[in-house]
Design a protein around this ligand. Sequence first.
Ligand SMILES: Nc1ncnc2c1ncn2[C@@H]1O[C@H](COP(=O)(O)OP(=O)(O)OP(=O)(O)O)[C@@H](O)[C@H]1O
Length: 304
Amino acid sequence: MTNETLLGVDDLTIAFGPLTALDHVSLSVQKGERLALLGHNGAGKSTLFRAILGFLFLNTGTIRIADAAPGSERARRAVSYLPEAVAFPKALTGSEVITYFARLKGEPPRKALELLETVGIADASKRRVGTYSKGMRQRLGLAQALIGRPDLLLLDEPTSGLDPISRGEFYDLVDRVARQGAAVLLSSHSLTEVEAKTDRVAILSKGRLVAEGRLADLAGAAALPIKVRVRAKGADADALHAKIGGRRLNGRLVELDCGTGDKMAVLSRLAALGDVVADIEIETPRLDDVYRHYSKPPAPGDAA
Ligand SMILES: Nc1ncnc2c1ncn2[C@@H]1O[C@H](COP(=O)(O)OP(=O)(O)OP(=O)(O)O)[C@@H](O)[C@H]1O
């Protein structure tokens, strides 16, 4: 653990009776870093959050938050949590909610109220929360989580139910908070979103950490193929398919798999075909390919 490590989880096991929800899990999140926690329903993501918050007995291992034990005074000051469906008293205004939480955290309400500006709902600060849209409630939740400048932000599926624009804006805010030095651990089922918006991913499968690292490194380690999609001239995919093999996707497209080392050779071969090829597209592995590779298929009834 370096002094830049704001969350260190080492060999963590958590069991609920006979069920092992987390099985010897180790991971860390550094200052300014956004780590995405991925996994099917029941993989153990929320259990990890609850353990970090100090609510659970650890069967094995340790958790350190800014070098403090979970649940300690120091850790409680350092960590903030935003659940998936944040609920505030409907009769309170946004300002009243923030003032209330600032007082609970022993922070000056005036400073905390500036966070309503940060998250873009200052205009609605005098309105009752009961009139807020889901996106506005999540923004208010983020403002609440940011009170006192936490070192570690835990975001449990923070954008589920938000429209694409609100999701984008939410991630921009998270990005800004990370650039100011916070460590962010967020869980999500939305792989495309996480791919562009986080620094590293950790994949849990049935309580075990099956992969952890930067997307490009995980894709490289898994030796996932690059897909080369070739468009046939004159919409004659059959003729093209007969020449190059691979998969015929439709009447115009044929797809080939190749390793990073073979890419140039494959491209040269295709270029030499000349008249039968209209266009070539190259697709490097995406997070959903990496996720599918590393995570086991869900048990029946476990669909994400
Ligand atoms: N208090 C508990 N008692 C018994 N089993 C529990 C308890 N809390 C969680 N579990 C079990 O632990 C496993 C992990 O659950 P967890 O809620 O951490 O999964 P998750 O990855 O957050 O899933 P989801 O994506 O659905 O939120 C599941 O099998 C769940 O049923």
